[in-house]
Design a protein around this ligand. Structure first.
Ligand code: NAP
Length: 497
């Protein structure tokens, strides 16, 4: 909504390298305050409504998003340069995610009811009647991500899980796709009306400066924050969330290079196939996935040489592609230059030259495990189709390289039967380093279900105890309350007799 003197900005088409109509308006302090106050006022009425109403509301959002039809798909394609099939897939995933959380709400197990009946005859002291359940934290601020305009944005996993928990949501839309965000926000607001919920259950604010995000995180009404983006942004916001007069949890999903380990049997049996699968995964969506395989570790030898040769050849055939924003394309180029200039890093192959504005070019580098262990900057995420092949002298060195690894969203093992003993010896260390461990697959592609973990130790996230994808993401926005000796009629339904 335009207000006197509000800062106007436009969306940008990175393929055509030009601004798009119409104007959007950055939220001012007053609007940020109003959204947070409305969320606070909506909190108790919303969190106390029947779970059936909450579940229907989540499904209604999905239906309203589907009803936006091609207008949503085309706007998202324009604003992100992502192809139709990808955006359509993401819309399906976003709706599926909302429906999953509707199921979670209906099933009720997320309330974590624990009932310990009184033991009046216990000696030396009687035990009171104790009942625990999880309650909603309060209004949640959500930062839309640039790289998933639907599934990690306005109605994405953070919003769906917070609403499912019973928390009102205030979204800061990512300025890379304001039109897409606006359409989805209208779908949610319409669902709020259709479900006869208080208006403050959902608000969306536009912002193109760090000030608006900071004001949101620091607003006294906000009780938790969900963020997906850069390590720099996540850490800055984490500090702000912790330094508030009343600190609040901030769940930031930030940076990961998603190592792939090629064990000897797998390399021997299918070096060429592995190389092709790896390059396809690396260049998918121009490498703009948080689960992009940015590093590969294997023991040196003839089999690894075959892998390197095939991967290099496959990469040379891959075109450059338009990235999400000019800033992301610039950052990709800069971070690639920094990586390539590190001592011990050698260039193996480039993808095809850039043909248009804002493109990212695929690159493959190699380094020895010794250099990799000594140079932590080799582990900095290059957001784009860029990967480093790390040559280990032997299994001991591979183990040492794994020990030097920072926290990851995923680690992938490629193995055959004969590699199982080695894999078993690595597993305890892999569990320490990553939120998801895969065998014989590729990390891009995150299934949304009950067992999924999209999280991991720092710097993958700011809190390794949770996930931002899958049913258990709801736990981020809940906290336990114990009811001691409350009369049954006073107890919440989930912990009544
Ligand atoms: P970003 O710069 O971290 O921004 C994400 C959101 O956070 C934006 O809304 C941004 O606001 C806000 N923000 C960032 N820093 C802030 C601060 N200090 N205070 C308050 N708000 C702040 O991420 P991005 O724009 O998506 O992309 C930039 C880089 O992030 C990429 O080049 C890539 O390296 C990385 N990235 C990583 C992932 C991943 O999954 N690992 C995903 C996306 C991006 P404004 O834009 O309005 O300033």
């Amino acid at each position: 909504r335009q207000r006197g003197g509000a800062h106007a900005f436009k969306a940008f088409d990175p393929t055509l390298n030009q601004a798009l109509v119409p104007d959007f308006y950055e939220a001012d302090e007053e609007q940020i305050d109003a959204a947070c106050r409305l969320a606070a006022a909506a909190f108790i009425p919303y969190s106390q409504r029947d779970l059936a109403v909450r579940a229907r509301f989540l499904r209604q959002i999905g239906e309203n998003i589907a009803a936006l039809g091609d207008e949503l798909i085309e706007r998202a394609m324009q604003e992100t340069a992502l192809p139709r099939a990808r955006i359509e897939g993401e819309r399906g995933r976003t709706i599926g995610q909302l429906n999953l959380f509707a199921d979670v709400v209906e099933q009720g197990a997320f309330q974590g009811a624990i009932i310990e009946p009184a033991l009046p005859d216990r000696r030396p002291l009687p035990r009171p009647d104790l009942r625990q359940r999880q309650v909603a934290l309060g209004p949640v601020a959500v930062f839309g991500a640039s790289n998933f305009p639907l599934a990690f944005s306005v109605a994405g996993g953070d919003t769906a899980s917070a609403l499912a928990a019973g928390c009102p949501v205030v979204v800061k839309a990512h300025p890379a796709h304001p039109g897409t965000s606006e359409l989805v926000a209208r779908a949610i607001s319409q669902a709020v009306l259709q479900s006869e919920l208080p208006a403050g259950v959902f608000s969306m604010l536009h912002g193109t400066s760090v000030q608006s995000g900071s004001a949101l995180v620091q607003h006294p009404a906000i009780c938790a924050v969900g963020f997906t983006g850069s390590r720099q942004g996540g850490l800055a916001l984490l500090q702000q969330a912790q330094q508030r007069p009343r600190p609040v949890p901030l769940y930031a999903e930030m940076s990961s290079i998603n190592p792939m380990l090629l064990l000897p049997g797998a390399l021997q049996q299918r070096a060429e196939k592995l190389a092709q699968g790896f390059i396809d995964s690396l260049t998918l969506g121009c490498g703009q996935f948080c689960t992009n395989p940015g590093v590969v570790l294997a023991c040196e030898g003839e089999d690894f040489d075959r892998f390197v040769q095939h991967a290099s050849n496959a990469l040379r055939l891959k075109p450059s592609a338009t990235m999400l924003t000019p800033a992301i394309a610039d950052a990709c180029e800069q971070h690639t230059a920094v990586l390539s200039a590190l001592a011990g890093v050698e260039r193996l192959a480039n993808g095809q030259e850039k043909q248009g504005p804002n493109q990212g070019q695929p690159h493959l580098f190699t380094a020895s495990a010794r250099d990799f262990i000594q140079e932590p900057r080799m582990q900095n995420e290059v957001f784009g189709p860029v990967s480093l092949l790390v040559r280990c002298a032997d299994q001991e060195e591979m183990f040492a390289a794994l020990q030097a690894l920072q926290g990851q969203l995923t680690i992938t093992l490629h193995l055959e039967q004969q590699d199982q003993r080695l894999a078993a010896s690595l597993l305890p260390l892999l569990e320490q380093r990553a939120g998801r461990i895969l065998a014989n697959g590729f990390p891009t592609g995150v299934d949304v279900g009950y067992a999924m973990v999209h999280g991991g130790p720092f710097p993958a996230t700011s809190d390794s105890r949770t996930t931002s994808v899958g049913a258990t993401a709801i736990q981020r926005f809940l906290r336990p309350v114990c009811y001691q000796d409350l009369p049954n009629a006073l107890l919440p339904q989930s912990v009544q007799n």
